[in-house]
Ligand binder design. Structure first.
Ligand code: C2O
Ligand code: CU
Length: 497
């Protein structure tokens, strides 16, 4: 039996010059739908036991023509033969990912946004030993939430992710009404010279300010995504900001569009033009799902980043004839997540101030004995910021950080509700990420935002934001996701017992 999506997938697949690789399309399984609740988003129906996915991720250097086929290749680092692999699973499925490290330095996999057991969180020296060159590590997880996630290493992130070491995880099963197409747009720039060689991923100038920008903009690896979509169809577009630094002001031109999920979590659909400035601000590590009603055959719509002086076309979507007809755009909501909601009455309140570092130049600790197996690794200056620019509550992630944990920023009780007030005392924006949790963004002092669920929230300069969540047991990192900021001090951890 063909599902409608599979048919469209096949139609799209046969079209010329289609830029969608197989893995960028959904698996096409159909969902049992349930009546929509009167208000808000309806809960996701129960699912039966899922499948087991066994993946082998061999992290190694590979040659990829990032500047174009006619230009010299670049030495990328990736988990698979394809750059930034996209893996799709269904809610309830279990993943067994076997990481093999063929890089010259240690690495790990952090499953960003996935509420994993702490031991699977992939933070070297905090939740697991670093995976040294030649070693391997088995990650096993059953993602409890649907949505668009990504995975990446958690040490020398600017250098490893900078070379491309990241991947995308889609957990399907949240659609009440199947979309007509489902497209991933992973935004990540490259810092390359004209010969395809890497430029420094970190600069003091960038790290101490808004970050070091790439020189070549890219979506799914190349300049602008081009795709064919069914005319009058509902196109689900999952935009992931996987850049180390770049912020985007995400909007759509040429079609009706609604925001339907934030960091993979359903939100009551909001027409994009009802948002402040008609766009959604997407800082590093943040994701949104858009539902776009494609125009008539022969016409096109464009997903833009309106942030810079000139809008940048991230994706151009051309409508091709389909069996869909023109009709009013009334985007159905996705099923809501099953994330535990904080009890605001009983919640404990804590404040975290993100500021410049009180000015201690970082130094390598000489405390380890010479024959300590990690010494060469550390002396390699991995996980070691040789400059410290930033702090959380005046505490910086120390130079000796990952192998000698600083005290936690806070000790929390598992199962207890918390409201965190995040205060940005700097002139730079910071997307703040909490590992292992999905939180609700309750209020923002400088942005006009709906209430939404997220794992990363952008705190604008001088802004105060309140988030609420129920603490889960473990040692969880809490940091800015501008990679150079986290590596130069703006990182800490929470102990939840
Ligand atoms: Cu993508 Cu510590 O995070
Ligand atoms: Cu930051």
């Amino acid at each position: 039996m063909h599902t409608r999506r599979a048919v469209i997938g096949a139609t799209l697949g046969s079209a010329v010059a289609l830029s969608l690789a197989e893995s960028w399309l959904p698996s096409g399984r159909q969902l049992v739908t349930e009546a929509r609740a009167a208000t808000g988003v309806p809960p996701r129906p129960r699912h039966d036991g899922g499948r087991l996915h066994e993946w082998s991720f061999v992290a190694q250097e590979r040659d990829v023509h990032l500047l174009g086929e006619d230009k010299p290749a670049s030495k990328i680092w990736s988990y698979a033969e394809t750059l930034m692999p996209v893996r799709r699973v269904r809610i309830g499925d279990t993943i067994r990912a076997h990481l093999v490290n063929r890089l010259p330095e240690h690495t790990s996999i952090h499953w960003h946004g996935v509420r994993v057991p702490n031991a699977m969180d992939g933070v070297p020296f905090v939740t697991q030993p670093p995976v040294l060159p030649g070693e391997s590590f088995l990650y096993e997880l059953t993602p409890p939430d649907t949505g668009a996630f990504f995975f990446h290493p958690h040490c020398n992130e600017a250098g490893q992710v900078g070379r491309g070491l990241t991947g995308i995880l889609i957990v399907e099963g949240d659609e009440q009404v199947a979309a007509d197409a489902d497209i991933v747009m992973a935004v990540k720039d490259w810092r390359l010279d004209p010969d395809g060689r890497w430029l420094d991923f970190e600069t003091s100038d960038g790290a101490s300010r808004a970050g070091t920008f790439g020189t070549v903009r890219a979506v799914n690896g190349s300049a602008t995504l081009k795709a064919l979509v069914p005319a009058h169809g509902d196109v689900r577009i999952r935009v992931l900001n996987l850049d180390s630094t770049r912020q985007m002001q995400l909007g759509v031109d040429g079609a009706d569009a609604a925001l339907i999920a934030t960091d993979g979590n359903a939100i009551e659909p909001i027409a994009l033009d009802r948002l402040q400035h008609g766009a959604w601000r997407l800082a590093p590590a943040m994701r949104v799902d858009l539902l776009v009603r494609s125009p008539a055959a022969g016409r096109a719509f464009t997903v833009y980043d309106y942030f810079g002086a000139r809008p940048y076309a991230l994706g151009r979507f051309s409508a091709v004839a389909s069996s869909r007809h023109e009709r009013p755009f009334d985007p159905p909501s996705l099923y809501g997540s099953t994330v535990p909601r904080a009890n605001l009455q009983s919640a404990e309140r804590l404040t975290f101030e993100f500021s410049a570092a009180p000015g201690s130049p970082a130094a390598l600790t000489a405390e380890l004995p010479d024959d300590h197996p990690l010494k060469p690794v550390l002396l390699d200056s991995l996980c070691v910021g040789d400059r410290t620019f930033w702090a959380i509550n005046k505490q910086t992630w120390p130079a000796s950080g990952h192998h000698k944990l600083p005290p936690p920023l806070a000790r929390l009780k598992a199962g207890q509700s918390y409201v965190f007030e995040l205060v940005n005392a700097t002139p730079h924006p910071h997307p703040i990420h909490l590992h292992g949790h999905t939180f609700e963004v309750l209020s923002a002092s400088r942005q006009k935002l709906p209430r939404f669920l997220a794992d990363t929230v952008l705190v604008q300069p001088r802004e105060r934001i309140e988030i609420a969540f129920v603490a889960a047991p473990g040692n969880w990192m809490f940091h800015c996701h501008v990679l150079e900021h986290m590596e130069t001090g703006m990182m800490g951890w929470l102990s939840v017992t």
